[in-house]
Design a binder for this molecule. Structure first.
Ligand code: TLP
Length: 347
């Protein structure tokens, strides 16, 4: 995408910074399938430490991290409990069924955040007729919930009830970094109650590729095998792991800028006639808003023609995501163009 576009489609669109490219170019590498890549090893160790777990596995994407975890935790016919609009259910191409033979039990929530009672109500008794309730998955921040943040108390409460009913626990922490920066609760504290956590380096942190799955040494050993089965064993992967390491070391704290830009964007949108959003609900780097005057897809196309890229997430909803690719001036420009497009009819 050319530089004139204000690209708010996702925080996945960022380009590696010059410092990151330099780190990637000079990274020592080796064959990671043999465990020989020092940069991958360093990334896995740092990530495990940061999350307070024994081990980590570098994988190609957040989807791969989540699905490898699911495969490790379940057997075919098992059931996973997760929120109705969770990424693992909504955006992972049917992988729980296709790759693990797992069915999904969908939980209702308030913008992605559900309660211990909801978990209890969804649990199946042990009975020959039923799938085995095996895993509870939580998403932090919750993407389709609006980039919402679970408090530590909310997370611990669902972990406790799940644990007491013998469920395993997975955290889809693609944007756990954003939650940590937004609340001051560390990634490690959030990860404490979970058997496995996935984190992404290629969202707000700005690395070009890569995610990690973290957990106990035995889980990660098994995950390494599953990753190989899926064709995800990479060779001189240190080239991309170096970008992830750089992101981890240099781009976490700056996420506050993305959050401030998202709030600024939401406040601007709330003032535009025909568009609706609640800035008070913008907790991280995502702004969801409703469009009254035209279908969301029409507005997305008209904005594209003017130089603003956003995504329609339902017939009347648009998502805009801030990242290191968009500074405050770009947000001001996006707001101007949003005003123009909302004020004129599609014609
Ligand atoms: N989300 C992407 C799209 O897939 C929707 C985005 O633009 O937000 N967990 C969560 C919570 C995610 O939001 C995403 C990506 C993933 C997992 C998957 O990561 P990737 O894209 O690396 O497979």
């Amino acid at each position: 995408m050319t530089a004139e576009f204000v690209d708010l489609r996702s925080d996945t669109i960022t380009q590696p910074t010059p410092g990151m490219r330099e780190a990637m170019a000079s990274a020592p590498v080796g064959d990671d399938v043999f465990g020989d890549d020092p940069t991958v090893n360093r990334l896995e160790q740092s990530t495990a430490e940061l999350l307070g777990k024994e081990a980590a596995l570098f994988v190609a994407s957040g989807t791969m991290a989540n699905q490898v975890a699911l495969r490790c935790h379940t057997r075919p016919g098992d059931e996973m409990l997760l929120e109705r609009k969770a990424h693992m259910y909504w955006y992972e191409a049917g992988a729980p069924a296709a790759l693990s033979g797992v069915t999904c039990r969908l939980l209702s929530s308030d913008r992605g955040i559900f309660t211990p009672d909801t978990v209890i109500a969804a649990l199946r008794p042990v009975d020959v007729h039923f799938p085995r309730s095996r895993l509870l998955a939580v998403e932090q921040t919750h993407n389709r919930g609006g980039g919402t943040v679970w408090t530590l108390d909310q997370i611990n409460a669902v972990c406790e009830v799940a644990r007491s009913r013998d469920l395993l626990l997975h955290l889809d922490g693609a944007r756990l970094w954003n939650a940590a920066v937004a609340t001051g609760v560390t990634e490690k504290e959030y990860a404490g109650g979970f058997d496995s956590v996935s984190v992404c380096f290629s969202k707000g942190l700005g690395a070009p590729v890569g995610s990690a799955l973290v957990g106990s040494s035995s889980l990660i050993e098994r995950a390494r095998h599953v990753r190989k089965q899926l064709g995800g064993g990479m060779r001189q992967a240190g080239i991309i792991a170096a970008g992830a390491l750089y992101a981890l070391e240099h781009h976490r704290e700056r996420l506050v800028e993305d959050h401030a830009n998202a709030r600024f964007l939401a406040l601007g949108i709330a003032d535009i006639p025909g568009l609706t959003t609640n800035p008070a609900l913008v907790a991280t780097n995502m702004v969801y808003f409703e469009v009254e005057s035209q279908p969301a897809a029409t507005m997305v196309e008209r904005l594209r023609q003017k130089g603003v890229l956003v995504l329609a997430t339902s017939p009347d909803t648009i998502r805009a995501v801030t990242s290191l690719a968009v500074g405050t001036e770009s947000i001001e420009r996006a707001l101007e163009l949003l005003r123009e497009v909302a004020a004129s009819s599609p014609g």
